[in-house]
Write a protein that binds this ligand. Structure first.
Ligand code: HEC
Length: 239
């Protein structure tokens, strides 16, 4: 064997080893998980880090709950509307908007009030405008009831239909057939559909994301809200 052939042979071996090493790196499951799943994984973890309430994970899909929390608490601002009132949306010292929050100086950290979290009840006023004789549009209670299903026992199919089409299963404000009476919705608005609720935007979410929101809403604490004249805010927490 000449020196030349030996060098060539060593070169070939080095080459083969290099190909194997690079190939292993590219195709190893770990490399793939970090490459593809990294984004979702970090959203799931971030979702758990920012959830403002204790989550009940028993019997639930952890990844969906985490992703759902990320969507609800970092992107879609469901609680911005589905809280009782802007003045109680945050805790006493956790309201970042105020110069002087009710409980003392701002703590430096925004803290959502768990007592009103997604319990509904925010009144957007007479619709479509004050003095129109139309109904008050009020956000609904999204928390789960004793069955553990969100929104007072709603099935996923119903929830999906609401998010995709805005259907109001409770028919709280049917279209007016006569003069507005404070309950029916005057034309041109469609009384079968939820108003103000941004379902025309939410309908563009993937079914996976809507499923994640549903799973998250099933894991948050039940709130039973008592407001005179608003029986739809009541929720049977089973205790
Ligand atoms: C801009 C305010 C706003 C935001 C943001 C908002 N909602 Fe709503 N939502 C409403 C209002 C108002 C209603 C009731 C509308 C009506 O009575 O016509 C409603 C109704 C609903 C209903 C129907 C409840 C029922 O009993 O049928 C569901 C479900 C719902 N919202 C889920 C969500 C989720 C989930 C999010 C976040 C991804 C969200 N909403 C964000 C305002 C909002």
């Amino acid at each position: 064997m000449t020196i030349r052939r030996v060098v060539k042979g060593v070169g070939t071996v080095v080459m083969i080893v290099a190909i194997i090493v690079v190939g292993t790196l590219i195709s190893s499951p770990r490399g793939q998980a970090e490459g593809r799943g990294d984004d979702d994984d970090s959203k799931i973890e971030q979702g758990f880090a920012i959830a403002p309430v204790h989550l009940n994970l028993a019997g639930r899909d952890r990844e969906l709950v985490g992703l759902g929390s990320y969507i609800v608490n970092a992107k879609a601002d469901c609680n911005g509307c589905h809280t009782m009132d802007p003045s109680t949306e945050y805790t006493g010292t956790g309201n970042p908007y105020l110069l002087r929050p009710p409980g003392g100086p701002f703590s430096g950290k925004t803290r959502v009030n768990p007592a009103t979290y997604l319990g509904g009840g925010q009144d957007f006023g007479e619709f479509p405008f004050p003095g129109s004789g139309g109904p008050h549009i009020i956000t609904r209670n999204l928390t789960p009831d004793k069955t553990g299903r969100p929104e007072g026992g709603r099935s996923f199919q119903e929830f999906l239909t609401i998010m995709r089409t805005g259907k109001d299963y409770d028919h709280l404000h049917p279209s007016c057939t006569g003069a507005p009476d404070g309950i029916c919705l005057p034309a041109p608005f469609n009384g079968d559909l939820l108003q103000i609720m941004p379902w025309p935007t939410f309908q563009n979410m993937s079914e996976h994301d809507i499923r994640a929101i549903y799973e998250y809403l099933s894991a948050i604490p039940c709130i039973d809200t008592m407001v005179a004249g608003q029986p739809q805010l009541r929720n049977d927490c089973g205790h």
